[in-house]
Ligand binder design. Structure first.
Ligand code: PBG
Ligand code: ZN
Length: 319
């Protein structure tokens, strides 16, 4: 069954096409900016004009989608506050980038990350209550405003990642209320508190100032509650579910896929990307072959789409 490459190909599962990949990418204000990210080789913080240039070879490979993360400057205009108010600014970095990308790539599927942690002074995913806990319901209200601002800017879909209870219902309601009935709602439904987000927080400058996110993100040691988060989000009206991270949670991808008829996206997060880069640069493995093996695992587990920093390197991974 394995003697020749042609025989192996015949019995292999189908190779995922580039259209299954969503590139998560960091957008910064201004123009002419393309900043390296120390902990994420070959990923950059782009201003919108530079992202347009960077997308040309990516789109040429057949990748059709991005997931935008705003990286606001800490300057006077886009200052951070307790509530992350600037995340909903109609002139914010994500809101301004969307029409620029849309003009350059009319067919591009543009998703936006909806969270507050890059915009709050304390770096948590919502405002805090007097006890110092995240105020779940205040966060939902703010997240709904952010989602509407992204929809108004022309996003094809909004992807809430704050892990607040009821955030999907709040966003769905707000989108409907404002007439955005066609905007997709991609929920980061089962998102674990994970060490694998380290490089991303470095890229975004969004590490919580004190404490961690275990009070709202799912626990690796409580899979039943983690799965219930996806069940609830489906009931609240999500158009797609997600498991994040992917590689340490392949069992969760499989479980969610077996319990839903919605798409099950997997977020192949920053740490999963950077670990392979680190191992390859130490000479322990081949970069693209290892990336491929990890992506094979994610699809085999049952992911229907993958959000991955490998997306721009599709052609290197699947030659
Ligand atoms: C913010 C957010 C995070 C990621 C996506 N959205 C970080 C976090 O929750 O701490 C992680 C992405 C990655 O590591 O690639 N809510
Ligand atoms: Zn957040």
């Amino acid at each position: 069954m394995r003697r020749t490459a042609a025989i192996r190909d015949m019995f292999a599962m189908p190779t995922p096409g580039p259209e299954k990949f969503i590139w998560p990418v960091f957008v910064a204000p201004g123009s002419g900016r393309r900043e390296t990210i120390a902990s994420m080789p070959n990923q950059y913080r782009y201003s919108a004009d530079e992202l347009v240039k960077a997308l040309a070879p990516v789109v040429a490979q057949g990748v059709k989608s991005v997931l935008l993360f705003g990286v606001p400057d800490d300057g006077a205009d886009e200052g951070k506050d307790e509530c992350g108010t600037s995340a909903a600014d109609p002139h914010g970095v994500v809101q301004r980038a969307i029409p620029v990308l849309r003009a350059a790539y009319p067919e591009l599927v543009i998703f936006t990350d909806v969270c507050l942690c890059a915009y709050t002074s304390h770096g948590h995913c919502g405002p805090r209550d007097p006890d110092g806990d995240v105020d779940n319901d205040a966060a939902c209200e703010m997240l709904a405003r952010v989602a509407v601002s992204h929809a108004r800017a022309g996003a094809d879909g909004v992807a809430p990642s704050a892990m607040m209870d009821g955030q999907v219902a709040a966003i769905r309601h707000a989108l409907d209320e404002e007439g955005f009935t066609k905007t997709l709602l991609i929920s980061y439904s089962t998102k674990f508190a994970s060490q694998m987000y380290g490089p991303f927080r470095d890229a975004e400058g969004s590490a919580p100032g004190h404490g961690d996110r275990q009070g709202y993100q799912a626990s690796a040691r409580d899979p039943r509650t983690a799965l219930r988060e996806s069940v609830l989000d489906e009931a609240e009206g999500a158009d797609a579910l997600m498991v994040k991270p992917a590689l340490f949670y392949l069992d969760m991808i499989r479980e969610v896929a077996q319990r839903t008829l919605l798409p099950v996206m997997a977020y192949n997060v920053s740490g999963e990307y950077s670990m392979i880069h680190a191992a390859a640069s130490a000479g322990y493995c081949d970069l693209y072959a290892t990336a491929r093996e990890s992506l094979d695992a994610i699809f085999r587990a049952g992911a229907t789409q993958v959000i991955s920093y490998w997306a721009p390197f599709y052609g290197m991974i699947y030659p």
